[in-house]
Write a protein of this length. Structure first.
Length: 282
């Protein structure tokens, strides 16, 4: 695997592939890689000639300084994992390399997607995500880019950005990868204490129950039920639970048969914030 830390070196390596018309698959990450990331890389390997992974903990998408400071950094292990799935190129730039002197986000209009859920609770988060993903797309110029559905709102926002800016890249959303006990894989999971880790599968268990209830119960009853379930769990504090339409991500109050819905939630286990979601069937 080739490793680059500067845009220039990466671009000159990739230009060789581009002149040969090779398809480039791209998986942007913030490192602390796990099986979920590896599943995206494997998918990218299947569908492209070469795969580029970036590892960059993007400061502009963090609304919480402590969360940024404590974001796990495991570069040596990440390199081993990338080699184990035959990743071709790793781009791991410094903050200065990406932002120079000005560590700030561009302002985006994602047609309202940014005002829902994560956008309500993490100020400026999606401007930060849009800024870094657009910047990385400009550097790597991939044919296809792969994102996990755990961050479903992020995935929809990136699709919107690509469409609005007519960026020449296809965005591929990939299924959520879960631990055996159902906990959605996340780089933040390593920060959970043993006690928090033990209780965390409750999140997916609740979502699966929501999926069952969705066919037979109205949405406001489901909302109340979820809130009550979390009230009984002192180690998990529910930040939000919402059933939303997949396209607009607007909170749904009633079901319409021609629309697709998902249930989304964010939960604090101590200071560690976990998100998850599940597709619902009418
Ligand atoms: O999902 C992530 O890990 C990050 O938000 C991303 C897409 C790599 C941008 O920093």
């Amino acid at each position: 695997m080739k490793i680059f830390t500067t845009k220039q070196d990466l671009k000159s390596c990739l230009s060789e592939f581009k002149t040969k018309n090779k398809a480039i698959g791209f998986v942007p990450t913030m490192g602390a890689l796990h099986e979920g990331h590896l599943s995206l890389i494997k998918k990218a390997k299947e569908k492209n000639d070469i795969v580029v992974v970036s590892i960059f903990v993007n400061p502009t998408q963090f609304d919480n300084v402590e969360d940024l400071k404590k974001y796990p950094k495991t570069i040596e292990n990440d390199i081993k994992l990338l080699e184990s799935v035959s990743c071709d190129v790793l781009f791991s730039p410094s903050v200065e390399e990406i932002y120079s002197e000005n560590i700030a986000s561009e302002k985006f209009d994602f047609d309202g997607l940014e005002h829902q859920m994560e956008g309500k609770f993490r100020d400026g988060h999606f401007d930060g995500v849009g800024t870094i993903v657009k910047t990385l797309f400009e550097i790597v110029e991939p044919n296809k880019a792969y994102f996990g559905q755990k961050d479903f709102q992020q995935l929809q926002i990136i699709k919107k950005m690509v469409k609005k800016n007519r960026l020449p890249v296809k965005i591929k959303g990939c299924p959520i990868f879960r631990e055996k006990d159902g906990l959605a894989m996340s780089s933040r999971n390593v920060r959970l204490s043993n006690e928090q880790r033990e209780i965390a599968p409750f999140i997916f268990k609740t979502l699966k129950e929501v999926r069952k209830k969705f066919g037979i119960t109205n949405i406001s009853e489901i909302n109340k039920w979820v809130e009550n379930q979390f009230k009984k769990q002192p180690l998990l504090e529910l930040e939000y639970f919402t059933i939303a339409e997949e396209k607009t991500l607007e909170t749904a109050e009633t079901k319409e048969s021609n629309k697709k819905y998902r249930a989304f939630l964010a939960v604090f286990a101590g200071k560690i914030r976990l998100i998850d979601n599940i597709r619902l069937r009418n």
